[in-house]
Design a protein around this ligand. Structure first.
Ligand code: GRF
Length: 217
């Protein structure tokens, strides 16, 4: 089966993008990263993508003002020009409209630094500490019109330590993000993820493949 062509959409550092690029270097990986796309011309991840030999493009959202859909049409044009099969949002800081999300139903993935449906939105590590949770983590999910919702593909849990700062906890979560995003993309690209009733069902060994508990980090 031919490899799925993947675009990674970023706005900043791009460490999850790097994890996906690294995973896709394996000849057996079922997807290839064909495009890195940023809405911010100054995103650090752009240089990382270029250093990895990737096509790195910019669609700056600012000239489009409040017209989110016009921005998304420009993004969609890039995705089509690169014959993209799957889109991975990786720290892409734009709220998407149903126009774009609808075009990529069950083909657009996002990573969120919390165990959804807990802690949607921003500042997840601060909020997890304030809530006193003992377990925190990360989620890869298909993108639905409502922010940080959509069928969950994979999750990873990490312990919360009493001495944690948001930064320390965030680093522990980021380490597992870099594991589960490639894992989730692999499952999707292999065609092993079926969506029904808002849930993902994974062919063969779902517990082992889609859940990562990391007590040692
Ligand atoms: C990650 O924590 C991701 O979960 C969130 O934004 C951050 C992006 O980091 N959506 P990076 O750009 O991948 O390094």
């Amino acid at each position: 089966m031919s490899k799925k062509r993947v675009a990674v959409l970023i706005s900043g550092r791009g460490s999850n993008m790097e994890a996906l690029i690294e995973a896709a270097r394996d000849p057996k990986f079922p997807a290839e990263i064909v495009l890195a796309l940023s809405n911010r011309p100054d995103a650090q991840g752009l240089a990382k993508a270029r250093a990895a030999g990737l096509a790195a493009e910019i669609v700056d959202h600012r000239p489009f003002g409040a017209d989110r859909e016009a921005f998304e049409r420009a993004v969609q044009a890039k995705l089509e020009a690169n014959r993209v099969d799957l889109v991975c949002l990786a720290g892409f800081m734009r709220v998407l409209t149903p126009w774009l999300v609808g075009r990529w139903e069950n083909r657009m993935l996002n990573i969120h630094p919390a165990l959804l449906p807990s802690f949607k939105g921003v500042h997840t590590h601060e909020r997890a500490l304030a809530a006193g949770v003992k377990i925190h983590g990360a989620t890869v999910h298909f993108v639905a019109p409502e922010m940080d919702s959509g069928p969950i593909i994979a999750q990873a849990a990490v312990p919360v330590h009493e001495s944690d700062t948001p930064e320390v906890l965030g680093e522990r979560v980021l380490a597992v993000e870099h594991h589960i995003y490639p894992l989730a993309l692999k499952l999707v690209a292999e065609g092993r993820v079926r969506v029904a009733d808002g849930r993902c069902f994974i062919d063969a060994a779902p517990a082992r493949d889609a859940a990562l508990v990391a007590p040692s980090v």
